[in-house]
Design a protein around this ligand. Structure first.
Ligand code: AMP
Ligand code: MG
Length: 481
């Protein structure tokens, strides 16, 4: 590993140096060797991954620290938060010389643990490990993980007692929108230095702009719009889009009660702790807008007093670009999923007509798009009650497609419609086996999700392709992790 730590050079009010509290009698969970190689782990480091992730054999350049940040949780100001159970071990250079954060989740108490125990349970670690991998393989900006370890020696109380685990997460950035909220609330004199750090490290091109901070804001808005569009397209619901769980580079962070949607229900709440439905699938684009608005407020003090009003107006205008940016990314992606030409103005409506059918008929989102990809229209039609609506859609669909070469459109569809997503019941089965020291299902899902667009008959189980039958209880997912 080639460490190149920058965060620990910032003012020490922004973090607390803290050592890892390792697990006793640790067991290997899973290791992402391809990622470790991308991160330039030596053969020796790869062989020693269990001890590295358990924190008993950290490289000497590691400089573990807990970051402090704040946030709005479920729409309410939550005050100071921070890494309550994770530590930034440092930043390493990958093969492409990009700086990547190594963050150890479940590493013990920190000054920011509040009422928590500083730990993560095996269940939530497996969910985050597999989902991060799944999103990365779907080309959606996201954190990932090098691997995880666990132990039966330490049982953690959630709804029940569960084994503790530690996961080594990677992300291009752990600076959350909530970092700016914390600084403005508690240490406003650090705002300038911190913002400069963010520009230098994450948006160096903005430093060349006429108005670097405005350019920075525009980029964050655009990247967030892109990420949310990709979530919507694949049917991913994050579950806890608090301002402390979104970062400034628009890559998915902090998987908790997330879910990949099965039957198409836009008002679906995967998170059973979200009783008001703030973070439903269909609310994600507008919640991101709300979060960005909260965040932009924190940039205002950076303007000179004479230019403050103008700067506020500029930020408002910048945020107005969020919705069209989201719609552009979403429309482009929907056309690719549908196999329809973007330049045909009927394509978007045709895509929406298809979604309306999925919603009315409560069809599985992923497999329906896949049937469209393989032209198995009867597979969808046979499951429709309103056949007339489907036939009307199909006639328009064929008419639009007839204007273009099917080959190119079909290739787009194959590359944008996964066969495999991480359904809750798939993760759940892997968790139940892992809790009994059988990691084979974690490994199988890891491999399956490595190639989500390719049929893998030797690896797949029929259950991977459909929701659980409606007479079986849904897997419950809550904030507890
Ligand atoms: P989350 O909603 O999981 O992103 O967590 C919100 C805040 O609670 C963050 O500051 C976490 O670090 C903290 N937190 C969550 N779980 C724990 C835990 N078991 N121990 C300490 N802090 C925690
Ligand atoms: Mg969080």
């Amino acid at each position: 590993m080639h460490f190149d730590n920058t965060y620990g050079l910032l003012d020490d009010k922004l973090y607390h140096r803290q050592s890892v509290q390792s697990l006793e009698h640790v067991l290997p969970g899973h290791f992402n060797q391809v990622l470790a190689q991308q991160l330039q782990w030596t053969a020796e480091e790869q062989n020693d991954w269990v001890n590295i992730i358990n924190g008993t054999h950290l490289p000497k350049e590691a400089d573990p620290l807990a970051m402090v940040y704040a946030g709005h949780q479920f729409g309410q100001w939550a005050g100071q938060l921070g890494d309550g159970r994770g530590l930034l071990l440092g930043q390493v250079l990958d093969q492409a010389q990009n700086r990547v954060d190594l963050h150890l989740k479940g590493a013990g108490l920190t000054p920011y643990s509040r009422m928590g125990d500083g730990r993560a349970v095996l269940r939530s670690v497996i969910r985050e490990y597999l989902a991060g991998h799944a999103l990365n393989q779907l080309q959606i900006p996201s954190s990932n993980a090098v691997g995880f370890v666990y132990s039966h020696d330490l049982k953690i109380r959630r709804e029940q007692l569960e084994p503790a685990a530690m996961m080594l997460r990677t992300s291009d950035c752990h600076v959350r929108l909530g970092h700016f909220e914390w600084i403005n609330q508690y240490q406003p004199q650090l705002l300038k230095e911190f913002t400069e750090y963010c520009l230098k490290n994450y948006y160096p091109d903005c430093l060349k702009a006429d108005q670097p901070i405005l350019a920075f804001a525009k980029h964050v808005i655009d990247r967030t719009a892109y990420m949310i569009a990709q979530w919507q397209l694949v049917g991913f619901a994050h579950g806890v889009m608090n301002t402390d769980n979104l970062n400034i580079t628009g890559s998915t962070l902090d998987f908790g009660p997330y879910g990949f949607m099965e039957r198409f229900r836009p008002n679906w709440i995967n998170n059973h702790s979200d009783d008001r439905g703030r973070y439903t699938y269909q609310n994600q684009p507008s919640i991101a807008h709300w979060n960005l608005w909260m965040w932009l407020n924190n940039l205002i003090p950076l303007a000179d007093s004479t230019e403050k009003e103008q700067f506020k107006n500029d930020l408002v205008t910048a945020l107005e670009a969020y919705e069209p940016a989201f719609l552009n990314y979403y429309t482009a992606g929907l056309c690719k999923k549908m196999g329809l030409p973007l330049e045909d103005e009927r394509s978007f409506d045709c895509g929406i007509a298809f979604l309306r059918i999925l919603q009315t008929e409560q069809l599985d989102y992923t497999s329906s798009f896949r049937h469209l990809t393989t032209h198995d229209y009867t597979e969808i039609r046979d499951n429709c009650l309103d056949i007339r609506a489907f036939d009307e859609f199909l006639a328009l669909y064929h008419a639009i497609r007839a204007t273009q070469s099917a080959e190119i459109l079909d290739l787009d569809m194959q590359q944008h419609n996964p066969i495999y997503i991480l359904r809750n019941h798939m993760a759940q089965r892997a968790i139940e086996l892992a809790e009994q020291d059988d990691l084979s299902e974690v490994d199988r899902l890891f491999k399956l999700l490595t190639h989500p667009f390719s049929k893998q008959p030797d690896l797949e189980r029929p259950q991977d392709l459909a929701p659980l039958p409606s007479d079986q209880p849904e897997v419950m997912v809550s904030c507890s992790s």
